[in-house]
Design a protein around this ligand. Structure first.
Ligand code: ATP
Ligand code: MG
Length: 340
């Protein structure tokens, strides 16, 4: 049985918008619009989409904070909204935008409270805490009031708090938002560890695609409350029809190269850029060029996953017009869109 199960889940919000001096109009927003997917125990799934796509709404329904307007939702066989308290022992959640820690109290006190609320056995609590403090480098901060922690320290504190009771599922809603690259790496390493060693199922929402690349073998893309992709990160290249680029240096300046399966997208003196589908091999293109042109050197550039995702977001549908990475663009490890 899957650990997380959504069957045609929807959630609408009614908002009152001012339309005139005295007039207010009720408007309905479909934040989640017929979501169906399952997540198996032990998976680490990326859950991405543009601002307002419905990601946080989904996570809130999965934790029981929000009740779905329609559809069926189960986490570990339990309806989260109905059995919120019972489910709380089995899930952990981190909202990057908001802390669950006690603002005025030292970190230590929030953890102590979690121990009592979840009735964590003493030995297990000690072991879990020690491990979190060690891997997240929180030890020296235990006695610092939460309000004095930096964003990165607070986020690590929140992640530890979500894991002390050994949850089966960990929901992370933008856990790396606003963190510097060193903190991001530390958090990613830790989460990878939690998923691999403890077997904790992870559902991760982020706008930093490096999080996804480093942690998730599966990624779901949501837009306007609907799932528009569910599969491997690599599949996105096929879906997004992205292209790789072959950069060739010729011994002399020639007319644009003409070979089957690739097209010249840029020429600069003896250097030419040829785009070809990311899903096919570079070998035949290289062979064709080498057979007919005075080839001196070559390199292949991978398409940036950011470009593929950006195209999906802007179109809101699978696939779309070809185009692929701009030939000049190198693949970067930086984040994609800035956080909301
Ligand atoms: N409590 C609420 N009342 C009214 N509308 C809401 C509420 N919560 C969310 N929405 C609306 O539902 C839609 C989805 O919001 P949600 O927070 O789930 O998006 P998101 O994918 O998490 O976006 P982001 O990447 O910006 O965090 C948005 O249009 C938002 O304005
Ligand atoms: Mg959100």
């Amino acid at each position: 049985m899957p650990l997380i199960e959504l069957d045609d889940v929807a959630r609408t919000f009614t908002i009152r918008a001012k339309t005139g001096r005295f007039r207010r109009e009720k408007r309905r927003v479909r934040a989640v619009d017929g979501l169906t997917f399952t997540v198996e125990a032990g998976e680490c799934v990326g859950y991405i989409g543009p601002n307002g796509a419905g990601k946080s709404t989904t996570i809130k329904m999965l934790t029981g904070i929000l009740v779905p307007s329609a559809g069926r939702l189960r986490v570990a066989g339990v309806d989260p909204a109905r059995d919120r308290v019972r489910l709380a022992r089995r899930i952990g959640v981190v909202f990057g935008q908001r802390t669950t820690l006690w603002w005025d109290l030292p970190l230590r006190d929030s953890y102590e409270l979690a121990r009592r609320v979840y009735r964590i056995p003493a030995a297990r609590y000690r072991a879990n805490l020690e491990r979190c403090l060690d891997l997240l480098e929180l030890g020296p901060l235990l006695d610092t009031p939460v309000r004095q922690l930096s964003l990165g320290q607070r986020m690590r504190g929140d992640i530890a708090a979500a894991l002390l009771h050994d949850p089966e599922v960990l929901y992370l809603d933008e856990p790396t938002i606003g963190l510097d690259i060193v903190s991001k790496n530390r958090v990613r390493r830790f989460l990878k560890d939690v998923n691999a060693e403890a077997g904790t199922t992870v559902l991760l929402t982020t706008h930093d695609l490096t999080d996804i690349e480093q942690l998730c073998s599966r990624v779901m893309v949501i837009d306007h409350g609907r799932l528009i992709h569910d599969g491997g990160l690599e599949d996105l290249h096929a879906v997004g029809r992205s292209e790789r680029t072959l950069v060739v240096d010729l011994a002399e300046v020639t007319a644009p190269i003409e070979v089957a399966g690739a097209r010249v997208v840029r020429v600069d003196g003896p250097r030419q850029w040829l785009a070809f589908p990311a899903t096919s091999s570079a070998a035949p293109v290289v062979a064709a060029v080498a057979a007919r042109y005075p080839l001196v050197d070559l390199s292949v550039r991978e398409p940036a996953i950011e470009d593929v995702i950006a195209r999906m977001y802007s179109e809101g549908t699978e696939g779309g017009p070809g185009g692929g990475a701009h030939p000049e663009e190198e693949r970067t490890a930086s984040g994609a869109a800035p956080p909301s």
